[in-house]
Write a protein that binds this ligand. Structure first.
Ligand SMILES: [Mg+2]
Length: 125
């Protein structure tokens, strides 16, 4: 079975095309190649990046509401891509990758929906 390292050694990620369907595992490995910080510095950079990029999404929506500015969907999608990048970087840092985050989130929200707990507050409702 090929590993991510094998694919990297073959140059697979060097030829990643943005218009292909992208497997979350491949995206996680691609993100990992873009990370330039390590250890504690990485944690801080990744979390500040996530908060900053989330703020950029909010800022665009704020201007849409406050000023009536037209915002192309692509502008929002690009910022969401930045949020996804840092989300993936943090998922990688905690050793699970984006695919595991997706699975855990689906499991959690499906469980809440089955129990009628989508509304409300609390992490463990
Ligand atoms: Mg951005």
């Amino acid at each position: 079975m090929l590993s991510g390292d094998d694919l990297e050694n073959f140059g697979y990620y060097d030829n990643f095309e943005a218009d292909e369907n992208i497997d979350p595992m491949d995206y996680s490995l691609w993100v990992e190649k873009k990370i330039i910080t390590k250890d504690q510095e990485r944690l801080i950079e990744n979390i500040l990046g996530l908060v900053g990029e989330t703020g950029e999404v909010a800022e665009k929506i704020k201007k849409l509401i406050r000023d009536g500015n037209k915002i192309a969907n692509e502008e929002i999608l690009k910022e969401l891509g930045d949020v996804l990048f840092y989300t993936t970087a943090l998922a990688n840092l905690y050793g699970k990758g984006l695919q595991e985050v997706m699975k855990l989130n689906i499991k959690k929200l499906d469980d809440r929906q089955r129990r009628g707990k989508l509304k409300g507050s609390g992490d463990n409702r």
